[in-house]
Structures are given as structure tokens and as C-alpha cells.
Design a protein. Structure first.
Length: 431
């Protein structure tokens, strides 16, 4: 047996004793992944998952048949919450090792954040870890501030404060400035906004235990936009970009926000709380207004926002929304180019009025299970109240595909990282 477990890619059929349709076979050195002309990257990813399930902790990919995307697909199948790496990529004419390293760096950090416990990844620690991560990639070009606790009220970031005030751990807003131009007056080319709910109990609209179990992942949007920026930096982006992470724990206490409360946002919009479990849109509203204040012509937000998006597109697609239809179409194309599935769902200006309130300009949801029909579009409609330019230049990504509750043939349990490459490509193409 070789010192290293070698995995090779081949278009040759497996030996008969492995079965005519076998994807994997094994020899004295390791494994062979057998591909037919109809196989896809998903087949390779499943092979990576199968190899990992044999208890193998480290592999080396060898041979000229591997390319950048096939190696990345194998890596995505092989890793798990307990095993974040273990794949040595091969250097050949078809592969870009720098790209693979950039993706791996971002993916490992993303999985550490999303799979990490709420005890370790809480609002202030998430903001700090995100800032440290981006700063490590471009130390001379990154500055940031963390606005914490009652200081949020001084800046009129009412949504983040209200959602997070029930926890002993204060809510925060991270404002990070990546400015590689060397000019402190350089225009901001793009702004990223991420939902950073580090644990979501549902508040007084409390979730059942089984629904709460995986709610450490509710900061997936914050991790995804941070990782997208990290990839873009490693790919050499030279534009000024700002990052806003809206971080809070949505918990129950005598200080928690309540049903029937009315929030008055910085732009004057009043919001009645009819569901404390529709909290993500409340914190994102602040982040979107902060992004708008930068004057950035491109604003991307990402969030594990609605169960309705999961119902609509399943766990293999992220859902896209925007009033700027051309931009939404472009982002869908960028996702396809990055081998991350995404699909547009409806959003029109009138979706803003789909959560009416007798007491405020709007409610934060409908007082129905799951927010009623069209819940994902209605949530996006709520967000559209807080973006500039009538929604031109803004796209919202509802991250239905960013987390797997249970392991399957393609993914281990936990974070998938799907969405980070889409964000990176959109920055590169549109910023």
C-alpha cells in the first residue's frame, strides 16, 4: 500500500468485479474515479464523499485528467465539519492551484464559522473573526469598526439593536472597508451586507426544538459575503468594497423585543413586529441603509432568510431577488459560471405592501405560519424598502443551499459554502 492514499480520475470503465456502473474502484495505491461521458461534477463530488466515508483522512489527487473544477468538486464532497481539509491538489496543465487555494482558504473559514457553536460564534466574535480574516489577506488595505450594544442606537441602527437586545451578548454592526486604491477618497464600488444571527431561538415566536437545533447556521449570510470578498481579494480585485455584517442573537428575556412593538428606522419607515422569528429582515434593513450611505452602485446582501425559499427551490439552489432584473439575470449567470446553482424568484415593487399593518407602514411579516403565501418574495419586498435608487444595483440572495441539516451522498452535514463564489464573481464583474 502506498504511503499516501492516491485518487485518480479516469474515463476507463472499472473492472467487472466492481460492477459495470461503479463510479469508484480501488487498487493498491488508492482509488480511481470512473467517469462516463454523461457524468458531471456532482458525480465527482459524490465520489469524494464516498472516499471520506471509508474513514480515509487524507488523499492526494494525481493525474492529468483532473482540472480545477473537478478537484474542487472532490474536495467539497470529501470535507466535513470534523475534517475541513485533507485533500492535496495536483498541479497540472488543466488546474489553477492559486484558485484552488483561494477557494479552500475561504471555504475553511466559512465552515468554521457556520458549523461553530453559538457559544463560540456570538455577535461580537463573529464580527471580530470576519475582520481579522479579511485583514489577514490584505493587512495594508483593510480598516474596520465594530458598533456595539447601545452605541447602535446612537447611529440609529434600530433593527440590529432591537433583535439583539434580549441577549446578554450585545448585538453589533461590523463596518469593514477594503480599499486597495491607496486613496481614502476613492469611491466605493460595491457594498456587501450579511445577516449575522449567531443563534435564532425565534424569540417570543419561539421555534420548536427540532427547528432550533441547527440555528447556529443563521449567520450563514454574514459568512458567505465575507468569504466572497475573501475570494475576490485573492483573485486580485482592485476596487474599494465595504462589508457590513448585522450580528445579533435572537433570544428570549425580559429585555427581548416583543410582538406588537413598532420600530422606527433611520429612513423613517415604521415596522410593526408580528413575528419575532422574522428577525433577519429587521437587521438587514440597517445594513442595507448603511450600504446605501456609501454611494456604492452595487449592493449585494446574503441571508439564510426564509424557509419559504427552501420550499421553493430546495437545498441545491440559492434564491435570487431584485427589482433590477438585468442584474438578477447577470448574477444567475455568474452563479452558473462558478458552478453554484441559483434561481430567481419573483420580486416587484408591490411586494413591499404584502405585509400590511394597521399601526405602522408595514409589518415585518404576515401573522401566519411561515409568513403565508409568497413568504420569500414578501421578505425581499420588505428589504427593498431600505435600498437606494429604487432597487437598481441591488440583489438579494436567500441562501437556501448554504447548509445541510443531514449528510447525504453529495454533502456532509453542515455548511456547504454555496454562494461565496457567486458573490466573488459578481464583485469581479460588476464592481
Amino acid at each position: 500500500m502506498a504511503d499516501k492514499f492516491i485518487v485518480r480520475l479516469t474515463d476507463q470503465a472499472p473492472a467487472a468485479h466492481w460492477g459495470g456502473n461503479a463510479t469508484l474502484s480501488y487498487d493498491q495505491d488508492g482509488a480511481l474515479v470512473h467517469l462516463s461521458e454523461h457524468d458531471t461534477l456532482k458525480t465527482i463530488q459524490k465520489a469524494g464523499r464516498s472516499v471520506a466515508q471509508q474513514g480515509i483522512l487524507a488523499v492526494e489527487l494525481q493525474g492529468d485528467a483532473w482540472c480545477t473544477e473537478s478537484q474542487w468538486a472532490f474536495y467539497q464532497g470529501f470535507v466535513s465539519p470534523k475534517q475541513l481539509d485533507g485533500v492535496t491538489f495536483c498541479d497540472n496543465a488543466q488546474s489553477d492551484l492559486a484558485e484552488l487555494q483561494a477557494l479552500k482558504t475561504a471555504a475553511i473559514w466559512t465552515r468554521q464559522m457556520i458549523n461553530g457553536t453559538a457559544e463560540d460564534i456570538y455577535p461580537e466574535s463573529l464580527a471580530g473573526k470576519a475582520a481579522e480574516f479579511i485583514q489577514s489577506l490584505a493587512p495594508e488595505h483593510v480598516s474596520y469598526q465594530i458598533i456595539k450594544g447601545n452605541a447602535l442606537l446612537e447611529h440609529q441602527w434600530i433593527g440590529i439593536h432591537e433583535v439583539g437586545r434580549g441577549s446578554e451578548r450585545p448585538p453589533v454592526l461590523l463596518e469593514l472597508d477594503f480599499n486597495p486604491t491607496g486613496n481614502e477618497d476613492a469611491p466605493v464600488a460595491a457594498a456587501l451586507v450579511g445577516k449575522g444571527i449567531t443563534f435564532d431561538s425565534g424569540g417570543y415566536s419561539i421555534k420548536p426544538s427540532e427547528g432550533m437545533l441547527t440555528m447556529k447556521c443563521d449567520m450563514g449570510g454574514a459568512a458567505t459575503v465575507t468569504a466572497g470578498l475573501a475570494i475576490a481579494i485573492q483573485r486580485g480585485i482592485d476596487k474599494r468594497i465595504k462589508l457590513f455584517l448585522c450580528c445579533a442573537e435572537n433570544l428570549i428575556s425580559g429585555h427581548a423585543y416583543k410582538l406588537g412593538d413598532i420600530l422606527t428606522y433611520k429612513n423613517g419607515t415604521t415596522v410593526e413586529i408580528v413575528n419575532t422569528d422574522a428577525e433577519g429582515r429587521l437587521v438587514l434593513a440597517d445594513g442595507l441603509m448603511a450600504a446605501g450611505e456609501t454611494g456604492a452602485p452595487l449592493i449585494i446582501d446574503a441571508a439564510t432568510l426564509t424557509g419559504a425559499a427552501l420550499v421553493a427551490v430546495g437545498q441545491e439552489y440559492n434564491a435570487l431577488f431584485g427589482l433590477d432584473k438585468e442584474l438578477v439575470n447577470d448574477v444567475q449567470q455568474f452563479a452558473q459560471e462558478e458552478f453554484e446553482a441559483a434561481w430567481p424568484l419573483p420580486l416587484e415593487k408591490w411586494h413591499q405592501n404584502n405585509c400590511p399593518s394597521a399601526y405602522a407602514d408595514t409589518a415585518n411579516s404576515r401573522a401566519q405560519k411561515g409568513g403565508g403565501f409568497g413568504g420569500a418574495s414578501n421578505a425581499a419586498g420588505f428589504l427593498s424598502r431600505f435600498v437606494p435608487n429604487e432597487g437598481q444595483g441591488w440583489v438579494h440572495i436567500d441562501l437556501a443551499a448554504s447548509f445541510q441539516n443531514n449528510a447525504g451522498s453529495q454533502w456532509a452535514s453542515g455548511a456547504t459554502t454555496l454562494g461565496m463564489r457567486t458573490v466573488a464573481r459578481t464583485l469581479q464583474a460588476k464592481a
